[in-house]
Design a protein. Structure first.
Length: 262
């Protein structure tokens, strides 16, 4: 499945502006043969927007969700978009996967919040593994800091995730996560990992870009630079099956030894 990574900070504070950016990117991705488009963390509203997070947060089935579904349907590709989700009085840092026919397939709430900024504005989710079937692959959802916990990604591997989507707001000086940690996670768990970042400065944060789709061999299939960019790469189930046969980490595990980890 050709996967498009939208490396962009969009228009912070403007849902309408970000929906336009998403629509334009979806058109380019579809023209390049992509079956899936993935945005960075908090793409729908912007990340460093303070109390506007709560003001702009919407339910998973809100107006913005309908607009994204319309974009997916018109361009004929699935979209994973990240946004602040409102559920009553509670706000989550979320990502939702919408199919090419506009169906909402899965919604994930970030489980590991990074720093005081996120803990001040969000409630952590409590579901570790959220998946959906898409174009013959089992797609898993995660957000930014979540991928830095090896237990999280291993849980997805044990649950059969083939392609892990990770919208992120990775900032300086932690670019080594994109450069080194993500390819290692893909290799040690025998899956594809799509890590999609923001770029530029927002209210004291400097986002480093470097979005990548890493394969189960630990090799980046594509890597963006430090500017706004749309990059594409393929998640190949045939290659994935062969790699899993050659690298039997999951078969060689000895869970009886790991009880002390929890």
């Amino acid at each position: 499945m050709r996967t498009a990574l939208l490396q962009s900070s969009g228009r912070p504070g403007s849902v309408a502006g970000n929906l336009k950016v998403l629509d334009e990117a979806a058109g380019r991705a579809a023209a390049a043969g992509a079956g899936l488009l993935v945005t960075p963390e908090m793409f729908l509203t912007g990340y460093a927007i303070g109390d506007d997070i709560a003001r702009l947060a919407e339910p998973a089935d809100g107006e913005a969700a309908d607009a994204v579904a319309d974009t997916a349907t018109r361009h004929g590709l699935a979209i994973a978009y990240a946004y602040p989700e409102r559920d009553g009085d509670t706000v989550f840092n979320s990502v939702q996967l919408v199919s090419a026919d506009g169906t909402r397939l899965a919604n994930y709430r970030k489980t590991h919040l990074f720093g005081c900024f996120e803990r001040d504005h969000f409630t952590p989710g409590d579901r570790q593994v959220v998946q959906a079937g898409l174009n013959g692959l089992t797609v898993g959802l995660m957000i930014c800091y979540d991928v830095e916990f090896p237990e999280n990604v291993r849980a997805h591997a044990l649950a059969g995730t083939d392609l892990l989507l990770v919208p992120t707001a990775q900032m300086h000086p932690f670019q080594f996560v994109a450069e080194s940690v993500v390819p290692v996670r893909a290799f040690e768990n025998q899956m594809y990992v799509a890590y999609v970042n923001r770029v530029g400065r927002e209210d004291g944060f400097e986002f480093v870009g470097l979005s990548t789709l890493a394969g189960p061999d630990g090799v980046a299939r594509t890597r963006a630079g430090r500017a706004e960019e749309l990059v594409l790469a393929d998640a190949d189930p045939v290659f994935l099956a062969a790699s899993r046969e050659d690298n039997p980490y999951l078969r060689d595990r000895r869970p009886c030894l790991y009880g002390s980890l929890v």
